[in-house]
Structure formats: structure tokens, C-alpha cells
Write a protein that binds this ligand. Structure first.
Ligand code: PLP
Length: 400
């Protein structure tokens, strides 16, 4: 039984003190994906998500095209083998992926999406004495894991062109454990040049690892940081099949790094891979037309939407990805809330850009519905806005 003396002496230990002394302990952190953030943002704005599939969902950077034809057929064909773990599929996929990335097979590790390795990397390389450095705004999942590891967070504002301000990021803490660069960035859809990534590699401290999250790279003209992995640097690159490959609900992703870095992630967890995810990823990788065709389709729809925004004098951040941000000149959740009434669901806002909303590029027909609903919401006189029932206990739309 604990006495009051016991509990008061326990409370004298801060979480950070505890974590510093528990250096050998592994820390459990919930793996958050874009779906968690999107759902919690809707709840935080007082909306009750219906989770019906017939609305227009432009809120989670998904790909409405879904898996390719070849991936769908591969999934259907593998179903009779669903009773098996199928290790050959696992090794074949790792081998194919490593060949296509031009690295030895021990430099790649497959996961059920890139969320698991993103979390494991943050947990493995940050601690109360090793901080986490990221852009602001950026994708929050790595920061959340680093906070659970007790790390100090240095959220460095993006540069004026919305690229990562790499000089400020390197300067933020010479003892950082991890520098996180999302390229293209979520939520802005903007890219950080290869020269800037090179700058981080050349100027970071020896004990700092650079994590480059390339979830959206196929949608842009950004140059991958893979060459730093090939050169044996302290760099981890993450890729997912959730975006251009349209497999967010099927699940597959990769970490690409030196084997000793990948080994450190293993301590935190590995993914039991669904055979549907593995076979669909393999079929997608073997389809040479998939990436260029989809990149063009999504860019055409995005650019058409940008032309409409310009014609209507709405300000937005030019993006190279499947999402972009619009300045709605009022708290973003107000517009999200109004549009949700039309069953058009747009993305969340970030504390660094509170009057901006993030919108995912959908199908051309979905973007037409977006335009109608968005204009209607923007034309609603400010006085007519209902008080949005914002709930307490949410931070950036996520339960704090
Ligand atoms: N990284 C970024 C930047 C993302 O936006 C997302 C999801 O949207 C992920 C990683 C994780 O995606 P998944 O776990 O579906 O691969």
C-alpha cells in the first residue's frame, strides 16, 4: 500500500527525470497515423464523424484512385493463401525494393506503412538528453513519439518559401538526437531542395541522425535523400505505399538506412505484414507506368484547382504534392465545419497557420464539389457563423 509520503516523493520525479534514469528501458508510444489526426481534428471541431464512405473526404491525404489494377488483381489472387504468413513474399518484396532503390537488401526494412518506422525512429534516437528538431508546421506524428520519449522539441518555422529552414534547424541544438525533414512537407506540400538536405548532412553534429520522410516524394520533383544512405551517412529515409500507390488501407511502407540504424528501430517493434499489403506493393513496384501516370493525374487536378482558387482571389500555398493549404482568413475549423454539412470533409489547421486549412487533392469530380462547398462557406457572412462547438482537450485537432 502506498503512503502519502510515498506518493509525494514519487511526484517529485518529473517524467523527464524518470526517463533520464530509465535509459535502458524501452518506451511504449501509440502509433498515430494521418487517419488518427484527421478523425481527432473532426471531433475537436465538434463534428461527429459518420464514417460513411459516401462523403467527399479530402481530409487525410489519401489517394482516391486506390490500389492500381495490377495490385487489385494480386490481392484477389492471394486471398486463398490468407491462412499463411508467407515468408517468401516478405523476402521477395524486400529484395525487389532494395534492387529498385539501388541499396543492399540489408538496408531496407518493410513495415505496415511508414507510421511504425517513423515512431520507432523518434523513440530510438531521442530522449530527455537528445532533442527532436522539426519544421513548423509539419507532420506531427514523429514529434508526438519524441515527446513520449521525454525529448525537448525544437519546432523551427519554415522558411519564407515554405521549405525547411535547414540552417536554423541545425543551429537549434548541436546535441539533437534527430532532425526530421518531411519532403515534400505535410501539410504545406512544399519541397526542400537536395542542396538543403545536403547542408544538414554536412553540418549536423556527429551524434545526430537525419530522418527524411519521403511519403509524398513521388508526387513532386523533389530529389530523394537515398544517396546519403548509399554513402553510409547517419540518414534514414521513409517511404510509404499509402500515397501515390493508393494503399493507405492495405498497408505497406519501408525504412531505408544503414543496417546498424535499422537494427535500433527493431528494438521498438516490427510489423507482422499482411500478405495483401506485400503482394499489392510488389505488383505496384512492377508497374513502371504507375508513378508517372498518377503523378500527372494528381498534378493536373491540383493545378486546375489552383487556377480556380486564383480566379476567385483565394490565397493558397503553391504545393507540389497531393495536398495544399488555403488561407480562409478566419479560424480554419469554421470553414471545415460548414463544409462538413455538405458532406465535403477538408483537412485540419495547424497552430502555426491557424487561418489555413489543408485540402487533399481528390478526383476531378470531387474537386468540383469542393469548389461549390468551399465558395458557399467562404461567402457565408462572418456574423452568420454559428459558434463552432470546439471541444476542450484537443491540441492541433488531436486529443492532447
Ligand atoms: N509521413 C507523412 C508525412 C504522412 O503524411 C503520413 C500519413 O499521411 C505518414 C508518414 C504515414 O503514412 P502511413 O503510415 O499510411 O504509411
Amino acid at each position: 500500500m502506498s503512503s502519502s509520503k510515498d506518493s509525494s516523493s514519487c511526484s517529485a520525479f518529473s517524467r523527464r527525470t524518470f526517463l533520464s534514469s530509465a535509459s535502458a528501458a524501452l518506451i511504449a508510444a501509440p502509433i498515430l497515423t494521418e487517419a488518427h489526426f484527421a478523425r481527432a481534428a473532426a471531433m475537436g471541431a465538434g463534428m461527429v464523424p459518420t464514417f460513411s464512405m459516401d462523403g467527399i473526404y479530402l481530409d487525410a491525404n489519401e489517394n482516391p484512385l486506390g490500389p492500381s489494377e495490377a495490385a487489385r488483381k494480386a490481392i484477389a489472387d492471394i486471398i486463398p493463401n490468407g491462412g499463411r504468413y508467407a515468408p517468401p513474399l516478405y523476402f521477395n518484396l524486400m529484395k525487389l525494393y532494395a534492387e529498385q532503390m539501388g541499396v543492399p537488401v540489408d538496408h531496407v526494412m518493410v513495415y505496415d506503412g511508414s507510421s511504425p518506422p517513423l515512431h520507432y525512429t523518434a523513440l530510438a534516437f531521442t530522449s530527455p538528453t537528445k532533442s527532436f528538431v522539426c519544421g513548423n508546421p509539419t507532420y506531427e506524428a514523429g514529434q508526438r513519439a519524441a515527446e513520449i520519449a521525454g525529448a525537448k522539441i525544437h519546432a523551427v518555422p519554415l522558411a519564407k518559401d515554405y521549405s525547411h529552414d535547414v540552417e536554423a534547424m541545425v543551429k537549434a541544438d548541436s546535441g539533437a538526437g534527430l532532425i526530421y525533414i518531411c519532403n515534400p512537407n505535410n501539410p504545406t506540400g512544399t519541397t526542400t531542395s537536395k542542396e538543403k538536405i545536403d547542408y544538414v548532412v554536412s553540418n549536423k553534429s556527429a551524434g545526430t541522425v537525419l530522418l527524411v520522410d519521403e511519403a509524398y516524394i513521388h508526387l513532386s520533383d523533389a530529389t530523394s535523400a537515398i544517396d546519403h544512405v548509399k554513402a553510409g551517412k547517419d540518414v534514414i529515409v521513409l517511404r510509404t505505399f499509402s500515397k501515390i500507390y493508393g494503399m493507405a488501407g492495405i498497408r505497406c511502407g519501408f525504412a531505408i538506412a544503414r543496417p546498424d540504424l535499422l537494427k535500433k528501430l527493431e528494438n521498438y517493434g516490427q510489423s507482422p505484414m499482411p500478405i495483401t499489403g506485400m503482394i499489392a506493393a510488389q505488383a505496384s513496384l512492377m508497374d513502371a507506368e504507375l508513378v508517372p501516370t498518377r503523378k500527372k493525374m494528381i498534378a493536373d487536378t491540383r493545378n486546375k484547382t489552383f487556377a480556380w482558387l486564383k480566379e476567385n482571389n483565394y490565397s493558397f500555398i503553391p504545393s507540389e504534392s497531393n495536398c495544399f493549404m488555403i488561407d480562409v482568413k478566419r479560424p480554419g475549423p469554421q470553414i471545415r465545419g460548414l463544409m462538413a454539412k455538405d458532406n465535403v470533409h477538408i483537412g485540419r489547421s495547424w497552430a502555426a497557420l491557424p487561418t489555413y486549412v489543408r485540402v487533399t487533392v481528390g478526383l476531378p469530380s470531387e474537386m468540383e464539389a469542393f469548389q461549390t462547398s468551399f465558395k458557399k462557406a467562404m461567402d457565408t457572412p462572418a456574423a452568420a457563423f454559428e459558434e463552432m462547438p470546439m471541444r476542450r482537450g484537443y491540441r492541433d485537432g488531436v486529443r492532447a
